[in-house]
Design a protein around this ligand. Structure first.
Ligand SMILES: N[C@@H](CCC(=O)N[C@@H](CS)C(=O)NCC(=O)O)C(=O)O
Length: 215
């Protein structure tokens, strides 16, 4: 069997989740190496000194250190080009940029207000709502997906972060006034694709055989 591309991953990391969603949707197999972020393996540090996850090492030795690049790398190889074609709009790109920029900034403060005591937790939540949840709701109201007739890479890129946002205070999220986003999040959480991506793998050790993903 030819060597598989290697994916360094961390189960709960939203960037790694979006990469695994794209790999799984594309049906592109990799050897998954689950990383303990407190004890990063030397093999990961050797290919990516910053050693954030996910990192993908292709069969030819190219190293991709950005989750959106890994998504794109996987999706261009897929026989079904739906996630790329449907995600070709400016709104999708703007929402992903907002997610990875301002929303992530405020999400971190909303999740860990004790580390950022200069403002109240609800103020951080309001900022996050303004920069992503409200525009996401407007985009999803039309068809229930950023991709229009079905999901696209943008839905998969944003969903793991909205999942974290909603989980900070599930009771508050349940009564919040964004039915399109709430329904969209529930559909992603209940999807077989997400379940397959959240399978628990033991932390990778040098010498382990390849852990094929998707399984
Ligand atoms: N821009 C990167 C960000 C990846 C990232 O920040 N991942 C976090 C985990 S969620 C990480 O690896 N942090 C490094 C660390 O905790 O040492 C991407 O899109 O892949």
């Amino acid at each position: 069997m030819a060597a598989l591309p290697i994916l360094y991953s961390f189960r709960r990391c939203p960037y790694a989740i979006r990469a695994r969603l794209a790999l799984s949707h594309a049906g592109v197999a990799v050897a998954l190496r689950e990383v303990d972020l407190k004890r990063k393996p030397a093999e990961l540090l050797a290919v990516s000194p910053r050693a954030t996850v996910p990192v993908l090492v292709t069969e030819t030795g190219d190293v991709l250190t950005q989750s959106l690049d890994i998504m794109h790398w996987a999706l261009v190889q897929a026989s079904n080009t739906d996630w790329l074609q449907r995600g070709d709009g400016a709104t999708t790109r703007q929402l992903v940029n907002a997610n990875d920029g301002d929303f992530k900034h405020w999400l971190d403060r909303y999740k860990y207000p004790e580390r950022h005591p200069d403002r109240a937790q609800a103020a951080y939540r309001d900022e996050a709502v303004r920069c992503l949840i409200e525009p996401l709701e407007a985009a999803l109201l039309a068809s229930g997906h950023l991709g229009g007739g079905g999901p696209c890479w943008g839905d998969a890129a944003v969903f793991p972060f909205v999942r974290q946002f909603a989980a900070v205070d599930a009771a508050w999220w349940a009564q919040a006034p964004w039915p399109a986003t709430q329904g969209w999040l529930t559909r992603w959480l209940d999807s077989a694709l997400f379940a397959a991506c959240m399978h628990k793998y033991p932390v990778w050790q040098p010498g382990d055989g390849p852990q094929r993903f998707p399984g």
